[in-house]
Structure formats: C-alpha cells, structure tokens
Design a protein around this ligand. Structure first.
Ligand SMILES: [Zn+2]
Length: 242
C-alpha cells in the first residue's frame, strides 16, 4: 500500500490526488478534504465524521471544481445556510454556533474521501467495500496528526460509525448496521484509547434519514433522548449556552 506523509499538508495532498494507486474513485470526482494550517490543529477538540461529500453537492456547485465545493461547504458552516436535513445544519444545531471547519475547534471530515464511480454506489455495500479500506488509512492519519489528547468524535450515520468502530473497537469495517442499538448503548462518559489519545465517540442517526429511522425504530424515544444527552455533553465541553 502506498505510504502517507507525515504532515497535514502532505496528507491533504495525498488525499486530493489519492495516493492509493488502485483506488476505485472516478478521476472526475475529486475528494473533499478541508485544509487546515498546522497551527490551527491544536485547537481541534471535536471531529465530525460525515459519510461522504454527497452527490447533491454537484448540483449546488455545477462546475464540480473541488475547491469551489470546499468553499461552498465551508461557507455553509460559517453562516446560516439553507434549511434541511443536511450534515451542516445538524452540526450547527449540535454545536449551537456556526464555525469554520478549517480553523476552529470543530474539524469536519468525511468517511469516504474518494467518491466511487457511481454516486448511487456510495450507499450500497459494494461502494463502501471498494473505498473504505483506502479511506480508513487517511482517517487513521487524521487522528494521529491531531495533537489533542482528548477528542470527541461525532459520527453522522452508519458508515461513519462503521469506520470509527473499526478503528476504535476493532469491529469489522464492513459492518454498517446497528446504529440505533449503538446510540442506545453508548455511555457518554466512556472513552477509547487511540495511541495516547482518549477518544469519545458519539454516534448520531444520519440527518437525512433521522425522521424515518426514529419513527420506525424509536418507539420509546430513547434514541432521541440519548442524542440529546450527547449534545448536552458536547455543549458543556465547548462551554456554550444555547
Ligand atoms: Zn482514493
């Protein structure tokens, strides 16, 4: 497997050009990876892991230019954007303020950096199986390069959770189910070891599916309550009042 460099800038360059020579991504669908200056990395206390950059993004940024896409997403985090069940709106709701994922204490990244050949493929297991083993190495490196010794990961949806469980709990990368049970069972005070870091993992139902999932699987309301508990803990950690 190709090697990954040791600095944030090198990592970004590797992701953007994808250093994995047999990666299945479409060369026209470049990965999203927000830039960060090395000195802003020490600020990061929260990492939000989304599933993938999203096919709809290409409708919002018809040029498909990755720089423009990143600007669009960063702009959405920094100001009140369009309403809807998007990861950006979910993040702003959780953290209770707008932020800049390139400079602030909240860092945003995606489980799948490389978009597979077929957008529709992303959401089925074959797309995940093709790309996740490569993107896992990038995510591992992101975690290693963040200097904080205590990190809170907010995982949005099944695929983000699968990647975190693989890395933190040694579960199969390809097990993408069980988020409802996982949310229910997660202890807000439990942390995992990653090198010298303590990592807290707070999974959330993906915002685009949340309404449907809760309606179907959360008759006792415990999943929604647990998500609220995560949010309270995060805001306490951030010292924000809403
Ligand atoms: Zn790739």
């Amino acid at each position: 497997m190709d090697t990954i460099s040791e600095t944030w800038g090198d990592l970004r360059n590797n992701v953007k050009s994808c250093g994995f020579s047999d990666c299945p991504r479409n060369r026209d669908k470049l990965p999203i990876f927000f830039d960060r200056s090395e000195d802003s990395l020490s600020k990061v206390k929260f990492l939000v892991l989304s599933q993938d950059p999203g096919a709809n993004l290409r409708n919002e940024v018809p040029s498909g230019d990755p720089g423009e896409m990143e600007d669009y997403l960063i702009g959405g985090c920094k100001k009140d954007g369009p309403t809807g069940n998007t990861p950006i709106n979910k993040m702003v709701k959780i953290f209770c303020h707008n932020f800049n994922p390139s400079t602030d204490e909240i860092y945003w990244t995606h489980a799948l950096k490389c978009v597979p050949e077929d957008d529709r493929d992303i959401r089925c297991s074959s797309g995940w199986r093709k790309c996740a083993p490569y993107c896992r190495e990038y995510f591992r490196k992101e975690l290693q390069l963040l200097p904080t010794k205590e990190l809170v990961i907010v995982a949005l949806g099944n695929y983000a959770l699968a990647l975190c469980r693989d890395i933190l709990m040694d579960r199969s990368l390809f097990y993408v189910g069980g988020i409802v049970t996982c949310v229910r069972k997660t202890d807000v005070n439990k942390s995992f070891a990653f090198g010298e870091k303590r990592v807290f993992l707070y999974p959330f139902i993906h915002p685009s599916k949340r309404e449907m999932v809760l309606k179907r699987w959360d008759h006792d309301g415990k999943v929604a309550k647990k998500e609220e508990e995560f949010i309270r803990k995060i805001r306490k950690n951030l010292e924000v009042k809403c």
